[in-house]
Design a protein around this ligand. Structure first.
Ligand SMILES: C[S@@+](CC[C@H](N)C(=O)[O-])C[C@H]1O[C@@H](n2cnc3c(N)ncnc32)[C@H](O)[C@@H]1O
Length: 245
């Protein structure tokens, strides 16, 4: 599978919403609406609007950048999806006109970029979209190489009576890459959902933010703002563009 901006959507767009229907966006939307301080909001990797549409329903103006025309088609098909301005392109370097109060990069999507250089470019692109005092919010997992044995891991993501989601992963530590295929098993059959990740620890993301002129304001363990700590598997981190340079 190639590491390009449209690759994920080509495999996943058709089943994205039903696969991730179990993720309740309420805590994310509450926290983001507060941080957005009236908006506007730009979401990098806006996808089918899982977070963007409820944010727009809160009265915020929302725009996005998305690499997959297939995911954009899913967004457009939903109520309110036509009203969201989306630039189709790579969020490492695609600009949406305007100055934003908040740029969002949720659900581990920073790791969809192929290497450190592209991730640094993405932080700079986020900073370029922000008004002074604006925020860049990232949600991502904390890398856990100890979960792998001989470079391979299989983990149940979600198990219910009639819907099982597994993740099979191969680690390439020299390049901080992980290739995964999610395997979804339901009564109608099996689906394979591949994704590439160039992972980074929170400290490396903090350095990328520094390079882009952003300062860390918060790091939480999740969207309900629990404290981040030694055992946190994920983080929600808020970076801020200074009011004055
Ligand atoms: C895991 S999905 C998250 C979608 C949405 N943000 C959500 O939380 O449901 C990642 C999204 O980012 C898009 N994407 C991945 N790499 C991209 C890139 N380099 N530039 C633009 N979009 C990208 C994918 O097409 C997909 O829609």
């Amino acid at each position: 599978m190639p590491f390009d901006a449209g690759a994920y959507g080509r495999y996943v767009a058709d089943v994205y919403d039903e696969t991730y229907a179990y993720l309740t966006p309420d805590a994310a939307v509450d926290t983001l609406a507060e941080l957005a301080d009236g908006g506007p909001v730009c979401e990098f990797g806006i996808g089918t609007g899982r977070l963007a549409l409820p944010l727009a329903e809160r009265g915020l103006t929302v725009a996005g950048v998305e690499g997959s025309p297939d995911m954009v088609a899913g967004l457009r098909a939903k109520p309110g999806g036509q009203r969201i301005e989306v630039a189709v392109g790579d969020f490492a370097d695609t600009r949406v006109p305007g100055e934003f109060a908040l740029v969002l990069l949720a659900f581990n999507t920073v790791f969809a970029l192929p290497d450190q250089a592209a991730q640094v470019a993405c932080f700079r692109n986020a900073a370029a979209h922000l008004r002074p005092g604006g925020r860049f919010v990232i949600e991502a997992w904390v890398p856990d190489p100890a979960a792998f044995r001989n470079g391979r891991a299989l983990r149940p993501v979600r198990v219910t009576e009639d819907d099982v989601l597994l993740e099979a992963a191969v680690l390439h530590p020299a390049e901080q890459r992980m290739t995964t295929t999610k395997v979804r098993l339901t009564a109608t059959g099996v689906q394979l959902l591949p994704a590439n990740h160039r992972y980074a620890w929170p400290a490396e993301l903090d350095l990328m933010a520094e390079l882009a002129g952003l300062r860390r304001e918060h790091r939480w363990a999740d969207w309900s703002r629990r404290p981040f700590g030694d055992t946190s598997s994920d983080h929600v981190t808020v970076y801020r563009r200074p009011e004055r340079p």
